[in-house]
Design a protein around this ligand. Structure first.
Ligand code: CO
Length: 177
């Protein structure tokens, strides 16, 4: 990997973090996500699902394998290989030998934004009291939501998380309505 490129990417991450108030991971994710959304239609919904999962699986060990990816997404390994090759063509992963899938810098940045988006929507649905099919609902919503709406939802989720009394009040209201 080119060193200059990686320095630039760290600088841009530092800058967005600084602008968005250091230490606020939600805001940081947003800026990354907004940047990603500017390059509109870079990835299809299905490619996004794969990239999000590759990012999740790579979080601790730095890479994932085709078999683990296929198992996590409940697909057959040949389908996963096909999609990983598309992601490699888009420059977000490197996939060469032994079934090992490595994220590129761009892939890490987008993967992080996709995971952030997923978490914001999932948190929002849970705050609404949705328990059943939260994952499925999140997966359906995440590909169609606009950046602006996602930002508003993130603010709302953060606001409520900072005000546990309001969450309790809302739950009581729903039980008694
Ligand atoms: Co997702």
């Amino acid at each position: 990997m080119c060193k200059i490129k990686s320095i630039f990417s760290s600088l841009s991450i530092y800058f967005t973090t600084f602008v968005a108030k250091a230490g606020d991971p939600l805001k940081k994710g947003f800026f990354t996500f907004r940047e990603y959304m500017k390059k509109d239609d870079l990835l299809t919904a299905s490619m996004e699902d794969y990239l999000e999962m590759i990012y999740r699986l790579s979080q601790y060990i730095g890479f994932t394998r085709i078999h683990d990816l296929a198992a996590a997404l409940n697909v057959q390994p040949p389908s996963a290989t096909k999609m990983v090759q598309k992601l490699a063509d888009a420059g977000v992963v490197n996939y060469e030998k032994y079934g090992i899938v490595l994220l590129s810098d761009k892939g890490k940045e987008i993967g992080e934004a996709l995971l952030e988006r997923h978490q914001i929507i999932e948190d929002f649905l849970k705050l609404l009291g949705i328990i059943e099919n939260v994952l499925e609902e999140t997966e359906k919503i995440e590909h169609t939501i606009s950046t602006k709406t996602l930002e508003c939802i993130a603010d709302f989720v953060q606001f409520l998380k900072n005000s546990p009394d309001l969450i309790k009040e809302f739950e009581t209201y729903r039980v008694n309505k």
